[in-house]
Design a binder for this molecule. Structure first.
Ligand code: NDP
Length: 477
């Protein structure tokens, strides 16, 4: 038997096709509450779009632990080889709006939520191991430069390159963005990186610094700029459709999960600031250690409920995984949950897609859209004498030694040079990729004032003379 159509209050609806009017040609009656509800709800269908990472596809999957890393972390998800952790991933472009094309040159968000028995671990990364800036105080300006010109409401090459030319720490990420990997053939064909340095804490309460890597088992595949441009016009949702169809036909994409691990003390003497988000830890210094396999194997049933309402926050780490002094990470610990409170309301963690698989006990009460039992009749203050939930100092982290004067520090040049790693990347590319990278840069930088072009060529030259000269030649400078 077909389900009966009802109002939001569950009342059967007699007619969904004709409104209630005073006579056949008369005006609509205000008492047609079903019509009013239908129109009013429709008017409120949109929620605030994410300022960044608005366009995305998502899928459910599992993380299977294949190697023992318990000497580095006590996180229970890693406790046993063979552990399978349910997860959800959301994969986005950064700059475009919710309806923008997928096959554009852009960094991709690689946001993962692992539903562990100690609560949710969110690893909110990108498909690149570094980022354009290392201090979050620059973030709103950076994003403004990537988005629409306030006067013309169009994207502006000049705004982008003007910012990059004045912030040399961006050169590493700019080089990745302009290389083949800046335009993936699809979500299954790109790597994912936690990007920031995080920390691991083991059962002996020892701290290690850690970086997370997810390497695609499908192999890296990329579009050329021309292929991407053509597809963006023909099929704006190409990546979204591709992921959905692959999973639907049982072709489940997989990534091998690795970590790089640095003992706590080594951070003090390592040649790079290990908490600088514009730098990688070269594999020669800190090799990749295999941990497991992530597989995406189930499509969402409802986009809004599962993908749009999914809310990731770098603040969500579980015991055995923690933060580092990375300035970008520190700011994101605040900014992500703050964005979701604005987008979804203060109770966003209680939405089905965000809800942990373990029970939640705390003293938070009320707020908009509190749609569980709101803590029932349990005490709503602490300390209390009535069996309210209690803290557990077994989860205390080892103290982190810090020293120094409170001030605003620009990272010292020289030791932490901004040009070495972009140069290393350019030099590891085969000649044909170097050529395409230069062409991609020229195609965009060529549309900007000569002054900005010259500044950028200087930066490219400092990374690698061949790199800079190639761009200069392409620009006719
Ligand atoms: P390695 O030779 O040990 O590693 C190079 C890495 O570069 C590999 O992981 C490779 O990924 C990746 N790579 C290859 N082509 C590109 C490209 N066009 N864009 C982005 N990444 C690419 O060298 P190092 O560890 O010393 O790093 C050298 C440079 O490689 C760095 O400056 C950085 O730009 C880049 N890189 C380094 C990573 C790291 O964590 N150390 C991670 C990713 C990039 P794959 O194996 O998938 O081909």
């Amino acid at each position: 038997m077909k389900k009966k159509l009802t109002t939001a209050a569950g009342i059967p609806v007699p007619d969904n096709q004709t409104s209630l009017t005073a006579g056949e040609r008369g005006p609509t009656l205000l008492q047609d509450h079903y019509l009013l509800e239908k129109l009013a709800h429709f008017n409120r269908e949109r929620i605030p779009e994410r300022v960044v990472h608005a366009k995305a596809a998502g899928a459910h999957g599992t993380l299977t632990i294949t190697q023992d890393i318990t000497k580095y972390t006590k996180a229970r998800l890693f406790a046993k080889v063979g552990n399978k952790i349910p997860m959800f991933g959301r994969f986005s472009t950064v700059a475009g709006e919710k309806g923008s094309a997928d096959t554009v040159r852009d960094v991709r968000g690689f946001a993962l939520k692992f539903y562990t028995e100690e609560g949710n671990w969110d690893l909110v990364g990108n498909n690149t191991p570094v980022f354009f800036i290392r201090d979050a105080i620059k973030f709103p300006d950076f994003i403004h430069s990537q988005k629409r010109d306030p006067k013309t409401n169009t994207r502006s090459d000049t705004m982008q390159w003007d910012f990059w030319s004045r912030v040399p720490e961006s050169l590493h990420q700019v080089t990745i963005l302009m290389s083949d990997r800046g335009l993936p053939k699809g979500i299954p064909f790109m790597n994912g990186y936690g990007s920031h340095t995080y920390s691991f804490i083991n059962a002996k309460n020892e701290r290690f610094w850690v970086k997370f890597h997810f390497k695609t088992q499908q192999g890296i595949q990329c579009f050329t700029q021309a292929e991407g441009d053509e597809l963006a016009g023909k099929d704006a949702d190409y990546h979204t459709r591709q992921l959905f169809e692959m999973i639907e036909r049982g072709d489940h994409p997989k990534w091998t999960f690795y970590v790089q691990v640095m003992p706590e003390k080594e951070a003090e003497t390592y040649r790079w600031n290990p908490f600088d988000l514009t730098k990688v830890w070269p594999h020669g210094d800190y090799p990749l250690i295999e941990v497991g396999v992530m597989e995406l194997n189930r499509n969402p049933k409802n986009y809004h409920a599962e993908v749009e309402q999914s809310a990731f926050s770098p603040a969500n780490v579980v015991p055995g995984i923690s933060f580092s002094p990375c300035k970008m990470l520190q700011a994101r610990i605040f900014a992500y949950a703050d964005a979701h409170r604005y987008r979804l309301g203060v109770n966003f963690e209680r939405l089905p897609i965000n809800r942990p698989i373990v029970d939640v006990h705390n003293y938070q009460r009320d707020g908009l859209m509190r749609f569980d039992d709101n803590g029932g009749d349990s005490p709503n203050y602490e300390p209390n004498s009535f069996d309210g939930p209690v803290e557990d100092h077994a989860f205390d982290e080892p103290p982190l030694k810090i020293s120094g004067d409170a001030d605003r520090y620009e990272q010292k040049r020289g030791v932490d040079d901004d040009y070495v790693q972009p140069g290393d990347l350019f030099r590891l590319m085969p000649p044909d990729e170097q050529q395409r990278t230069i062409q991609n840069i020229v195609g965009s930088l060529g549309k900007t004032p000569k002054e900005i072009q010259r500044k950028m060529v200087e930066h490219f030259r400092r990374a690698d003379i061949k790199y800079g000269d190639g761009v200069a030649k392409g620009l006719g400078l």
